[in-house]
Design a protein around this ligand. Structure first.
Ligand code: FES
Length: 74
C-alpha cells in the first residue's frame, strides 16, 4: 500500500519526456488505455515532439510498455 502510494507520487513527479514535461503517469495511463506502441503513446500524450525529437524519451516509453506487458504493474 505504502509502496503503491510512493509509486503513484513518483509517477506524477517523474518526467518521461523532459522536452514537453510529460509525467510518467500520463504515459502509464495511455498504456492502460490501450496505446501499446511508442508511436501511439507519442500521438496520445504529445511526448516525443520536443527539441530532442524523442531521442531521450523514446527508450523510456518503450521500457514502460515492456514492463507493462510483463505485468509488473497494473
Ligand atoms: S524528451 Fe521527449 S521529445 Fe525530448
Amino acid at each position: 500500500m505504502e509502496n503503491n502510494l510512493n509509486e503513484q507520487i513518483l509517477d506524477k513527479l517523474t518526467k518521461v519526456c523532459l522536452c514537453n514535461a510529460i509525467p510518467r503517469i500520463k504515459i502509464k495511463n495511455a498504456i492502460r488505455n490501450g496505446a501499446l506502441t511508442v508511436e501511439e503513446i507519442k500521438k496520445v500524450t504529445g511526448s516525443g515532439s520536443g527539441g530532442c525529437s524523442g531521442k531521450r524519451c523514446t527508450p523510456k516509453i518503450q521500457d514502460l510498455i515492456n514492463t507493462y506487458l510483463e505485468k509488473q504493474w497494473e
